[in-house]
Write a protein that binds this ligand. Structure first.
Ligand code: FAD
Length: 535
């Protein structure tokens, strides 16, 4: 069995390693255009910022160590030029000498990844304008940063935010520009506000809704609004494009956005050619449709699926699909997402319900508890979870991982209520934030909680149920303060002929207040997320 793998990093190296574990006899060849294989691309920003001090930590394997450990042929600085599906060969070119040769295969694996988008704008190819994908890109950025006082990062997605944090860590003036009106577009707008606040609080100059139009020598970035940013170095972090031209030229089926289409065993439209990673479309586990998801986890596990199918056929575990589970740390804040958020569900015309809760990362009486803001989205038809997002300083990864597992298992909001999770005061609470999100969702479904999103319009009857001092220090416009403990004795102060909206700090006490009011005949609504989210 001759297996040829194009691309030797996440998906490709993973396919090669699993293939070797399943067959000592297979002839496995990796073709890699760059000079490195199996390196930790996700770690690149952290070496630039100095958190990962030793560059060698990122080179998980050298071509030599990989080849020796797995008995592979590893051809680096070698590019796959074309595929001849009839002859079952790949034309490869040695980039140093220019020699070309045809490599025969029984099974071909495409794991060429995605390349950073470089918008075709004047000045985009000036020195000191960089993208980040390889170890060499990282070295160039690190080199230029040494003599830079400031850096502009274009794009406030996961990699852009990581780069902003790391460059700021080096003591450089850091500017971040994003074309959307928020940072981290996969996060719902109201949650991303906390990230934006944290960025500016840490001294990052943030420019939202800004479209780059050109870069002038010198180095000045010009935006359509008229904004001009003078800086020493620019990092483009505006998304990636699948490297699917080999597949396209070979006549393989591509999806609408140019990604390679595969079946659950990662086979392309040619059953002897497999594909994995950033270059493919992945089944969306929530919607059952296909979409690109350029993430390290899916790439690695899809590579493994390929080797399993080559050697184990139908006994192999098919790749089930992805959720887009992702996380980023920006200074003290950690934001994570799984499944879908509100703007996306809305754009697809999918019905959803949502609650946002604020809950401590562990028992609030034990030192160090931090508030987690957790938003849950579910289908009102099936009660199944469609997505979850969280932001906070601690415990965010654990909750989103639990909810990703819950979505994968097809769980409903009722299932969340009684998930039995680790609890001792330093680690969690007797009612974990995930349980609380389940309770809140069920209360909403069952009509016990009437939610209101945002502060109601002027003239509405709003009751602020926080303690008087808190209410005075952070007033809610147009609200009357009746602390929860006094509510039962002051019901006569509330007009029962019109709806009443309760608000507290985090969204929990306002629910308690609304329950009191509802049971006393008021049409009471609780403002989701409280003053914390809405003021
Ligand atoms: P890659 O790992 O990019 O490998 C593709 C390889 O194929 C490349 O080395 C390329 O040179 C080679 N190649 C392409 N075409 C040819 C050809 N014709 N001939 C020969 N070789 C070819 N994901 C996360 O989930 N979490 C993170 O924290 C995270 N951080 C990231 C940080 C950075 C800076 C970057 C760049 C990416 C990050 N990612 C992260 C994304 C993750 O790295 C990718 O999703 C993953 O590497 C994709 O794997 P892949 O095998 O498809 O492609």
């Amino acid at each position: 069995m001759k297996i040829v793998i194009i691309g030797g990093v996440a998906g490709g190296a993973s396919a090669a390693a699993r293939a070797r574990r399943l067959s000592e006899a297979a002839e496995i060849t990796i073709i890699e255009r760059g000079s490195d294989v199996s390196f930790a691309n996700c770690g690149l920003p952290y070496h630039i910022g100095g958190e990962i001090e030793d560059r060698d930590e990122l080179a998980i394997h050298t071509p030599d160590s990989l080849s020796k450990l797995l008995n592979l042929t590893v051809l680096t600085n070698t590019e796959a030029i074309s595929i001849n599906r009839d002859a079952k060969t790949v034309l490869i070119r040695d980039l140093a000498g220019g020699n070309e040769s045809h490599l025969p295969y029984d099974k071909l694996v495409l794991a060429p990844g995605a390349s950073p988008i470089v918008p075709p704008l004047p000045g985009i190819d000036l020195p000191c304008v960089h993208s980040l994908r390889t170890l060499q890109d990282m070295d160039r950025i690190k080199g230029d940063l040494a003599s830079s006082k400031s850096a502009l990062i274009l794009g406030g997605g996961f990699i852009g935010l990581e780069m902003a944090e790391q460059i700021h860590r080096l003591g450089k003036e850091t500017i971040l520009a994003e074309r959307f009106p928020q940072v981290l577009p996969p996060l719902d707008p109201e949650l991303s506000l906390d990230l934006a606040k944290d960025l500016t609080a840490n001294g990052i100059r943030l420019h939202l809704s800004e479209n780059l139009t050109s870069i002038e020598p010198g180095l000045t970035a010009c935006f359509s609004s008229g904004l001009r940013v003078k800086t020493d170095l620019i990092i483009l972090s505006v998304g990636v494009r699948p490297e699917s031209s080999l597949a396209k030229d070979a006549g393989l089926t591509l999806g609408e956005r140019g990604h390679i289409r595969v079946n659950p065993y990662q086979q392309t439209s040619d059953p002897d050619i497999y594909a994995a990673g950033d270059a493919v479309e992945t089944l969306d586990l929530v919607l059952g449709t296909y979409r690109p998801l350029p993430l390290g986890g899916p790439a690695n596990r899809q590579g493994r699926t390929i080797a399993d199918h080559i050697f184990r056929g139908d006994k192999a575990l098919p790749y089930p699909g992805s959720l887009g589970t992702a996380i980023v740390r920006v200074f003290e804040q950690i934001a994570a997402v799984t499944g879908h958020g509100e703007p996306f569900l809305k754009s697809q015309g999918i019905e959803y319900r949502t609650v946002t809760i604020n809950s401590p990362s562990h028992a609030d009486y034990y030192p160090g508890a931090e508030t987690i803001k957790l938003k849950l989205l579910w289908s009102p038809e099936s009660d199944r979870i469609l997505g979850a997002q969280a932001i906070g300083k601690d415990g965010v990864d654990k909750r989103i991982d639990i909810l990703a597992t819950a979505i994968r298992a097809g769980m409903t909001i009722d299932d969340l209520c009684h998930l039995e999770l680790c609890y001792a005061p330093p680690f969690g609470s007797a009612k974990d934030p995930v349980n609380i999100a389940g309770f809140a969702a069920c209360n909403l479904r069952d009509g016990l909680l009437k939610p209101t999103y945002g502060i109601p319009e002027t003239g509405s009857q709003i009751i602020d149920v926080r303690p008087a001092a808190k209410s005075a220090s952070q007033p809610v416009p147009g609200a009357k303060n009746i602390p929860l403990a006094q509510l039962r004795s002051r019901l006569s102060e509330i007009d029962s002929s019109q709806p009443v909206f309760t608000i507290c700090q985090m969204g929990k006490t306002s629910y308690f207040a609304a329950r009191i009011l509802q049971q006393n005949g008021f049409d009471a609504h609780s403002i989701i997320g409280g003053a914390h989210l809405n003021l």
